[in-house]
Design a protein around this ligand. Structure first.
Ligand SMILES: C[S@@+](CC[C@H](N)C(=O)[O-])C[C@H]1O[C@@H](n2cnc3c(N)ncnc32)[C@H](O)[C@@H]1O
Length: 281
């Protein structure tokens, strides 16, 4: 075993002892990052090239700083995004939400779909849709100036139109025209603060996480905003906490102008997102 792999094995034990949920993955990712190689190439790093800054990176992860803040990058579907303090780190569970949305847009058989991503954060959802639905026009809305510093870098050179502002007042010029509204908004109940993992609680922006006593304040307002923006027959997709699957679809009722409200699980089979179609007149 070369020196680097031996250090990785030791680092894995340290991260596990610190309660890091995926210690081997993170020890390897950090080794690859510090030595500027791919994870599969760690065994090729000569012993003489071992970089002691690896242990600085491990100490930061041990203190539960998010892996993505240390490396400055996050992977989301086919994208590599820039992230750091001030912006929410995109999560793997959101990838399946976007997957469903992409299938829904393709099934619409609209030549140039019009898509809006509310609460875009790093721009992960908007960028994935723009990349994977080639003829789409994608608008992304974000309120936080700190987050937008990262979003602007990520959307540079892409087809995403970025707007700073409150999601609930966003894009009145598109009212009644949008094919898909998608959002991964803040949804954690304030009462659950103490149960949130330290990586999120101490490093994701508060505004990205919490939304009122039951966590549903933002989603309730997204429901109205989506209804305003969508064309009849257009679709809304909203991520929620795995404890909210029994509540969120019920916000999209027939009385409020919706059809086909449903809830969907993520890859871990946990309730993860609600969808509905704007009713035809
Ligand atoms: C859970 S994060 C999700 C970010 C991104 N959509 C993702 O999936 O990685 C929620 C985002 O909503 C933004 N946000 C919260 N309230 C907002 C509002 N009223 N209008 C626009 N953005 C808002 C936060 O700043 C944060 O970036």
């Amino acid at each position: 075993m070369n020196l680097l792999l031996a250090e990785v094995a030791q680092a894995t034990q340290r991260l596990a002892a610190a309660g890091v949920p995926s210690p081997r993955n993170d020890a390897e990712e950090l080794a690859a990052y510090v030595h500027d190689v791919k994870r599969g190439e760690l065994h090729t790093v000569p012993d003489a090239d071992f970089d002691a800054r690896y242990w600085e990176a491990i100490a930061r992860r041990e203190a539960r700083e998010p892996l993505q803040h240390i490396t400055g990058r996050a992977y989301f579907r086919y994208l590599e995004l820039q992230v750091g303090p001030g912006v929410f780190v995109p999560r793997p569970e959101t990838e399946s939400v976007v997957g469903w949305a992409i299938d829904a847009v393709r099934a619409m058989d609209v030549v140039e779909p019009l898509v809006v991503d509310l609460c875009t954060g790093s721009g992960a959802i908007a960028l994935a849709l723009a990349q994977e639905v080639p003829r789409s026009t994608v608008h992304a809305v974000e309120l936080s100036e700190d987050a937008l510093a990262w979003t602007r870098r990520n959307v540079e050179g892409s087809r995403v139109h970025l707007h700073q502002g409150d999601a609930f007042a966003a894009l009145p010029e598109l009212d009644g025209q949008v094919d898909l509204v998608i959002s991964n908004p803040p949804y954690i109940p304030l009462t659950e603060w103490e149960y949130v993992a330290p990586e999120a609680r101490d490093h994701d922006p508060e505004m990205a996480l919490f939304s009122g006593e039951d966590g549903l304040d933002t989603i309730r307002r997204i429901e109205r905003t989506a209804h305003r923006l969508l064309r009849p027959g257009g679709v809304v997709v909203v991520e929620h906490a795995d404890t909210q699957g029994g509540q969120v679809p019920w916000l999209f009722t027939e009385e409020r102008g919706w059809a086909d409200a449903a809830d969907h699980p993520d890859l871990n089979k946990r309730p993860r997102f609600a969808t509905a179609r704007k009713a035809l007149p």
